[in-house]
Ligand binder design. Structure first.
Ligand code: 6PG
Length: 233
C-alpha cells in the first residue's frame, strides 16, 4: 500500500489526475472505474485537459444512486459534466430501472462486456472515495452488499439514509489492477487514521484496501492530520 499526502485538495487532485493519466498512457484500452461524490470532481475536471487517447478509454461507475443520470444526484451525471462531456471517451452509466435490482443486473452484464476478458470482469484502475463512516463505493458499514461473494454489481439498501444504492461488490473491486483512494478534508481525518494506522479493518474502505492488489491512498494534509507518521509531498 502507498500513502501520499499532498498540501491541499487541489494538489491531491493534480496528483490523482497525473496517476490516472499515467495509467492510461501505458495502455489507453485499460478501463477506469470512477467514484461519485464530491472529492473526485476536480480530478475529473483536470483530466479533461490531459493529452490522453480518450477515444480508446472505457469508463464505468463504481457506484450510483438510484436515480436517472439526468438527476442532480447522479454520480455519472457529475462525471459527465466534469469530464465526459468534454472528451471522446465512453462512460458507461448505470441504467435506471424502477426496480434497483434490475438496474444492477443490467449493469453487471455491461461490466462483463466492457471489463471482461472471458466470463470475468477485470477492472483496470478504479477510483474510490471514502465516507466519514468508512464506506466506499456504496458499500456502507453493516449493509447487505458487503456480504456478496459472487455477484459483481448489486442493489444495496442503505438503512441510515433509507435509500437504494447501486454498487460494485468486494469481489469486483478486489480484481482491480490498481485502486486509488482519493480523500480530502478534516472531517475524514479520524476514519483515515483508523483505517491506515488504527487497525480499523471492519470499515468497508479498509476491507477494499486490504483486498486490493495495488492500493494507493492520495490524501491532502487535512485528511492526513490524524496520522502519526506520513511524509507530505
Ligand atoms: C457516492 C460515492 C461515495 C463517496 C463517498 C465520499 O455515491 O457518494 O461514490 O462512496 O465516494 O461518500 O464522498 P465525498 O467525496 O463527497 O466526500
Amino acid at each position: 500500500m502507498r500513502i501520499r499526502v499532498h498540501h491541499d485538495a487541489a494538489a491531491m487532485a493534480e496528483a490523482a489526475a497525473d496517476d490516472i493519466a499515467g495509467w492510461l498512457a501505458v495502455d489507453a484500452d485499460q478501463t477506469i472505474g470512477l467514484a461519485g461524490g464530491t472529492t473526485p470532481r476536480l480530478t475529473y475536471e483536470l483530466l479533461a485537459r490531459r493529452p490522453i487517447q480518450w477515444e480508446r478509454v472505457q469508463a464505468w461507475m463504481t457506484d450510483e444512486r438510484h436515480v436517472s443520470d439526468d438527476h442532480p444526484d447522479s454520480n455519472a451525471g457529475m462525471a459527465r459534466r466534469a469530464l465526459f462531456d468534454w472528451v471522446p471517451a465512453t462512460l458507461h452509466g448505470v441504467p435506471f430501472e424502477d426496480d434497483p435490482a434490475q438496474s444492477a443486473s443490467a449493469y453487471e452484464a455491461t461490466l462483463r462486456r466492457v471489463l471482461g476478458r472471458g466470463p470475468v470482469a477485470r477492472p483496470g484502475l478504479i477510483v474510490l472515495g471514502v465516507g466519514v463512516d468508512g464506506h466506499t463505493a456504496s458499500l456502507f458499514p453493516g449493509s447487505e452488499a458487503l456480504t456478496e461473494a459472487s455477484r459483481d454489481f448489486v442493489a444495496n439498501w442503505v438503512k441510515a439514509s433509507a435509500v437504494w444504492r447501486l454498487t460494485a461488490t468486494l469481489p469486483l473491486l478486489a480484481r482491480a489492477r490498481r485502486t486509488l483512494f482519493l480523500v480530502t478534508g478534516e472531517a475524514k481525518a479520524p476514519v483515515v487514521a483508523e483505517i491506515l494506522e488504527g487497525g480499523g479493518r471492519n470499515y468497508p474502505a479498509a476491507v477494499v484496501s486490504h483486498l486490493a492488489r495495488d492500493p494507493v491512498w492520495l490524501l491532502d494534509r487535512a485528511a492526513a492530520s490524524s496520522l502519526t507518521h506520513t511524509n507530505s509531498f
